[in-house]
Design a binder for this molecule. Structure first.
Ligand SMILES: *Cc1c(COP(=O)(O)O)cnc(C)c1O
Length: 380
């Protein structure tokens, strides 16, 4: 059976060009980048090329990109790294209620160690309130970490205003941009962003590699002890093939960003309009305009999302109910809860996220199958 993949926020298919770039670094170019001989220096050069490709994608300097093992690790490293480095200045951190678990759980971990965390509310579209942010800032606030765009409902936060607020109070601003990178134009310098997390497998690169941008005037405490890789911030022999693939993926999304955004928006709008006009009792979750181009999240009243997802799976369709990390848990998504989705709608939310490989024909197939499955489930 063919696969119809509409879960591009969970992960993306690696592009062929990316795989082609990676292959030599599994075979003949296997040197350790820390070694002095040319085989090692070739690996080192490949990493530095990838670092430039990442820097160009978000508008920072090459030496401000640190390669890590995942988006999760980048978030952990940013939050814990700043907390431990600055704990003598203060122990208060501000984040939001709709962050990815990589951020929320890092904050909860710090809470157990005596840090205080403010979790900002969001409105019904998923936006934080800038006044609440301003009022939450204290003398001892050392970090503001607010995601660039939400992985479940696609809402893009007012990042420049948040960054401006942080800067005016001399507080470091980190953003989890794992969903935004490759889907939104980002310039960390113009936007006053101090730290930003990226993940390779969300932008058509390999899994198990990520990056943290750290503005060069900021110091963090490292939490892996060992060798002096990544300027002594992240010990571990580098994942050379992964980093090379990540770099290529970054270069590819950067070179085609406007087209990519236009294409995803078209597919998404086509899908959403069809679903909400042809299927009764449906409701869009999340923002209308400030939204990731390929993200849709629609609730089907009186439907259990896992029943619908299993029906769709029988037709080869991959989609998600809430976030991938929560998909096996019966508890409703913390994001849908935070935006106040009512109980009759919250269990029937389906996230469909479009990507570069999707076609309009696939979307027609998706619409047809959702319509049939919803009808069937409602008649049971
Ligand atoms: C996927 C994701 C992460 C985690 O990235 P991994 O590389 O899978 O660990 C973090 N934040 C957001 C918003 C994500 O969507």
């Amino acid at each position: 059976m063919s696969i119809y993949y509409f879960d591009n926020s969970a992960t993306t298919k690696v592009k062929k060009e990316v795989i082609d770039e990676m292959i030599p670094y599994f075979s003949e170019e296997y040197g350790n980048p820390s070694s002095i001989y040319s085989l090692g220096r070739n690996s080192k050069k490949a990493i530095e090329k990838a670092r430039k490709q990442l820097a160009d994608l978000i508008g920072c300097k090459k030496n401000e990109i640190y390669f890590v093992g995942s988006g999760t690790e980048a978030d952990n490293m940013a939050i814990k790294g700043i907390a431990y480095k600055n704990q003598y200045k203060g122990k208060h951190i501000i984040t939001s209620k709709i962050e990815h678990l990589a951020v929320l759980e890092s904050c909860k971990f710090l809470e157990k160690q005596g840090f205080e965390i403010t979790y900002l509310n969001v409105d019904k579209n998923g936006f934080i309130d800038l006044n609440e942010l301003r009022n939450s800032i204290r003398e001892d606030t050392i970090l503001i970490s607010i995601m660039f765009a939400n992985n479940e409902i696609g809402t893009i936060e007012p990042i420049e205003d948040i960054a401006e607020t942080a800067k005016s109070k001399n507080i470091i601003f980190h953003t989890d941009a794992v969903q935004a990178v490759g889907n939104v134009k980002i310039d960390v310098k113009k936007m006053n962003i101090d730290m930003l997390s990226i993940s390779s497998h969300k932008i058509y690169g390999p899994k198990g590699v990520g990056a943290l941008y750290i503005s060069e005037n900021i110091e963090i405490e490292k939490f892996l002890n060992g060798g002096h890789q990544e300027k002594n911030i992240r010990a571990s022999t580098e994942n050379v093939p992964g980093i090379v693939g990540f770099g290529k993926a970054a270069e590819m999304v950067n070179s085609d960003l406007d087209n990519h955004i236009r294409k995803l928006k078209e597919l998404k709008n086509y899908y959403v309009e069809n679903i909400i006009t042809t299927i009764p009792d449906t409701k869009i979750n999340g923002a209308v305009n400030a939204r990731l181009p390929g993200n849709s999240n629609i609730s089907f009243k009186n439907i259990n999302s896992s029943d619908l997802l299993l029906e769709l799976d029988n037709s080869g369709i991959c989609a998600s109910g809430g976030s991938a990390c929560n998909s096996k848990e019966p508890t409703p998504s913390h994001v849908l809860n935070a935006i106040g989705v009512e109980s009759e709608w919250i269990n029937g939310a389906i996230r469909v996220t479009f990507g570069d490989f999707n076609t309009k024909e696939e979307v027609d197939y998706l619409i047809k199958n959702i319509a049939e499955s919803v009808k069937k489930l409602r008649n049971q």
